[in-house]
Design a binder for this molecule. Sequence first.
Ligand code: F6R
Ligand code: ZN
Length: 187
Amino acid sequence: TPPISPLSITFDGQTGTMSPEGPVLTRRMSDLAGLFADTAAWEAAVADGDPVVYQVASSPVPEAEGELPQSITTILPGTVAGEFHMTKGHQHPNPQGEIYLGLSGTGGLLLFDGERPQWIDMAPGVIGYIPPGWAHRSVNTGDEPYRFLAVYPGNAGHDYGWVLANGMGHRVYRGEGATPRFEPFTA
Ligand code: F6R
Ligand code: ZN
């Protein structure tokens, strides 16, 4: 991929769109196989319209060595048997850091290094830092869309199998009031 020219990107934190825009990825409930604890409730949701769980709108900056691609993720509100809507989660096989900036709604960043789960509350104006070697998943803990901007090294890569094999340390459920409830993940 040839290097991209300097550019200005306009984004709307209330709608999750970028201009100019690159690829937009849509993940439906059926794309999240094996991730929610309650398999029967997940199957019922797939059968009942297979709703969109999240979308990722990318800028035109390519995922190539030396570049710093950006994307805005929008996670729609909801649960599967009380477990909050979330991203698939991944490790960067090329261990490199990443930053998330909260744009709208409320959510959290679940991090796992294979031993210790960590949680960062995310809201507009909060930067969550993901150190190299920490798998990461985003969770919408509110009743409106949760949006964040991600900036990451273009050669970091995405390993989704690691999360299927190791989990994320915790599962995140709707709790009392605004506080999520965490349960240990058992594979
Ligand atoms: C990139 C990154 C985010 C996620 C996005 C969707 O390294 O961490 O842009 O890719 O939030 O989550 P996943 O990739 O886990 O489906
Ligand atoms: Zn990442």
